[in-house]
Write a protein that binds this ligand. Sequence first.
Ligand code: G6P
Length: 469
Amino acid sequence: MTVADFVVVANRLPVDRVEAPDGGEEWRTSPGGLVAALEPMMRSAHGAWVGWAGQPDVELAPFEIGGIDLIPVPLSAQEVAEYYEGFANDTIWPLYHDVIAPPQFHREWWEAYVTVNRRFAEAAASAAAPDGTVWVHDYQLQLVPQMLRELRPDVTIGYFHHIPFPAHGLYAQLPWRDQVLRGLLGADVIGFQRAQDATYFLTAVRRRLRYEVKGSAVSVPGDDGATRTAIARAFPISIDTAPYLELAARPDVRARAAEIRASLGNPDRILLGVDRLDYTKGIRHRVKAYGELLAEGRLDVENVTFVQVASPSRERVDAYVHLRDEIELAVGRINGDHDTMGHTAIRYLHQGFPREEMVALYLAADVMLVTALRDGMNLVAKEYIATRSDNRGVLVLSEFTGAADELRQAVLVNPHDIEGLKEAIMTAVEMPVKEQSRRMRALRRRVLDNDVAAWSSAFLRALDEVHPH
Ligand code: G6P
């Protein structure tokens, strides 16, 4: 049995199943920023990571990879449908992203969410050393902090919410709104991406539970009549910048960027969008604005190309199936109307790519379009900035991303305003080099100074202040 001083609990384990040289299967750490940020801490403090391995009906024993103990939590096919695809991704996800898609409320999904959250809490409770620290992540596991506190009152509990927290009028729709607030308040520190998310959460706590709130501190009453303090505030997440800087400087990656430009016909301007195929990302609005610019003759496929990478995501949830149809119809129409034999209007890729290829694409792109309708943070915006070591390139960024709070020198846009979006795209396409580098320099300073290591140390410091060991 693993006993770890520092335990991370997240829906997914930070590993991918890959084919081994002998034809069998093995695990490889996935290159996510969260693992990179927590790795040093995990190694020095004897760390464990509790999460789902990503496949239904697979029971795996705990295993170790790269010095981290991985503790798989099994999910049955029905739990994947009801807890993951259902409650997490068809109730909470749309509700917390401003109901861009209508959230579905089903009591069986809630039951499955409670059951699975309890399983994660129990796994964390048996993995944590006496007086250890457990850091719970994201909306799939909002009940874990309270469940864990009941099982293990000795441990320090942090929770970080990677997605937005909605305004009270929307949050109040959730039939289980009070239970979820109590679940989160089991943590000593509840971290959000933006100050606004923390404010919305504190408003919900005040209005629904009537707990006393002073600044970012909530007085949480316990069963014994005593109260404890939980802190709720913003800790904007970032990326591990080092691999992006290294890849952007590598001659083979730079050569690949030139090859990409050449294969697109060396246009004057390449526009790029990189998203999971998700209705929160504003891909349809972006495609529409670009299509109108072509139709109006303000852009011309002979010298401008738009590359949209839309990586497959949550493909069994209806809203995602419909979104894919809509986007592919729109892209097909625009290409049909505007392509020439040698040039394409939109190069659309419904695929995921390794990080090397993504960096080559970032290097090839003159304009990065991050026009989400709502996004907790948006790390693609930060990745693009990190790779632009020549200070060239323009970021068009939606006001409705967490990143917009920090990246003020981007071309900020309201993606619902198609005319405004078109103006922003034209501003970016026509921006003089001097102005590009003035803005990019400031953006780079921000991203390079506030990387994911700075984020995790700020969070853990706050945790230590509330619950010193
Ligand atoms: C967002 C969420 C993460 C989630 C990721 C991918 O970034 O905040 O918790 O892991 O999307 O989604 P998936 O459903 O594939 O885990």
